[in-house]
Design a protein around this ligand. Structure first.
Ligand code: GDP
Ligand code: GDP
Length: 442
């Protein structure tokens, strides 16, 4: 289930990143570039007293050098973050008093209608706590003095934030056996067009199952007897954000959708080719163990041989680490091959959930042994005695061998290739583990 989102907003230099770093458990930072400037905005999962939520740090926005460059940016940034969030932490700097930019952010935050926590930061000396009342004038409720630097007040803040977050259980629909499919990709590649096609053309059992408190909306369709949940179709519809924010939030939404998905359909604009951002998305999907199919969309715009070659070249180059992911040339606009993409996704899901027979796996190991392919080092020689599938979704294969330390990337790749030749693992990543076991023992 998707986790509640808390956005940390405020003008530059008030200590947003410092606060997020203090509150976050792990860093899952998304670096994002636009207009030649690297802006680092990030997304972190956090846990407080057993409640998990996601913190969005908008702190990486470049600090304003002159007075007038920042205002629109801060506004856009704050707008986008508030739009997405279940609760907002609004940070101001307790050492300088209320500024015009603080008031600008306050307006945005008030308009959002979301629960707001006004945090007066840099109150390093508890004797100065009362000064935080000056910020009451921002009109967003009671100011809370904290020091992100020292950590004072952050525990109390989290207690209060967690108390207003929506219950994850409440959001959860009835349990079902639907296949969870996330349609991911950069903005404007055709994700919503594809989702619309799929939900219109196929029997839509429940479309737009709204979450009560958040706008994660799933659509469930039935396709040739398989129930398919298109995860977070609402996230694709956000169109009112400025370009960079769309780019960023589509990444964040994509990540969240992936967490809930068995299969990801990466939608690529074939008239552009596979981009670096697509490559990153695929990396994240593979890290999360999702099955993957690639939709080369807008194929109606690919009319020349050169264009076809270019797409094939970027696909081979950028997704070389996932050569097992099938691709389908399609057009959400004309409807071409949209069934094929579902077929590929369902197939990938089946392979993702497969259970390989131990006897077949070991027959393959015997063949490999007889072929003599192994690794040797300083007189030692790798022998793989026995293998078994120890996990599913994605398949995990554990091999017992005499010297796991001899297994290098090359050998692992070799083993994966042999497995893929022997078994149909199209569309799914596989994980290989090598464990120590002496010869003669099973
Ligand atoms: P952001 O631009 O809002 O993300 O701000 P940063 O987190 O980058 O912080 C801006 C500056 O304020 C940095 O130099 C921080 O070290 C400093 N800072 C942040 N929190 C505190 C605090 O609680 N006390 C003091 N004294 N300095 C702080
Ligand atoms: P999203 O931001 O990824 O959800 O993209 P949309 O579905 O909103 O599509 C962005 C634009 O691309 C819209 O103008 C669509 O009409 C257009 N589009 C989507 N699919 C196709 C396609 O297969 N061919 C062409 N030519 N245009 C498409």
């Amino acid at each position: 289930m998707s986790k509640p989102i808390v956005a940390v907003v405020g003008r530059p230099n008030v200590g947003k990143s410092t606060l997020v770093n203090r509150l976050a458990v792990n860093r899952d930072a998304i670096v994002h570039e636009s207009r030649g400037v690297t802006r680092d905005r990030s997304y972190h999962t956090t846990d407080w007293n057993g409640r998990e939520f996601v913190l969005i740090d908008t702190g990486g926005i470049e600090s304003a050098k002159s007075k007038d460059v920042f205002a629109p940016r801060i506004r856009e940034q704050a707008l986008a973050a508030c739009d997405e969030a279940d609760a907002i932490i609004f940070v101001v700097d307790g050492t300088v008093g209320v500024t015009d930019e603080d008031e600008e952010v306050a307006r945005v935050v008030r308009k959002s209608g979301k629960p707001v926590f006004l945090v007066v930061n840099k109150i390093d000396d508890p004797a100065r706590e009362l000064e935080s009342w000056n910020y009451y004038s921002l009109g967003v409720g009671e100011p809370r003095p904290i020091s992100a630097g020292h950590g004072h007040g952050t525990g109390d803040l989290l207690d209060e934030v967690v108390a207003v977050l929506p219950d994850e259980e409440d959001e959860e629909g009835p349990a079902d056996d639907a296949l969870n499919v996330a349609i991911i990709g950069r903005p404007n590649v055709g994700k919503s067009s594809l989702a619309n096609r799929l939900t219109k053309r196929n029997r839509s059992i429940v479309s737009d199952v709204a979450g009560t408190t958040r706008d994660a909306i799933d659509s469930i369709i039935e396709w040739k007897g398989t129930r398919i949940r298109l995860v977070d179709t609402a996230g694709m519809r956000k169109k009112n954000l400025v370009h960079e924010d769309v780019e960023y939030y589509s990444l964040v939404r994509g990540l969240e959708a992936m967490d809930r998905a068995d299969v990801c359909i990466l939608v690529v604009d074939a008239s552009v080719g596979v981009t670096e951002q697509d490559q990153k998305l695929v990396g994240m999907a593979v890290d999360r163990g999702c099955a993957l199919v690639v939709a080369l969309n807008k194929w109606d715009l690919v009319t020349t041989e050169k264009q076809r070659d270019d797409v094939a070249a970027t696909l081979a180059q950028r997704l070389s680490f996932a050569p097992w992911a099938p691709s389908v040339n399609m057009s959400a606009l004309t409807g071409r091959a949209t069934d094929k993409i579902l077929e590929a996704a369902v197939k990938a899901a089946a392979n993702h959930a497969c259970q390989l027979k131990t006897s077949q796996l070991n027959a393959l190991l015997t063949q490999i042994r007889e072929g003599g392919h192994t690794v040797t080092d300083k007189g030692r020689r790798l022998k793989v005695h026995y293998g078994v599938q120890t996990g599913q979704r994605p398949p995990v294969l554990t091999f017992w061998c005499n010297a796991p330390d001899l297994v290098d990337d090359n050998y692992e790749r070799f083993m994966e290739n042999r497995l893929r030749q022997a078994f149909d693992l199209t569309g799914t990543p596989v994980r290989l583990k090598f464990r120590l076991r002496e010869e003669g023992r099973r």
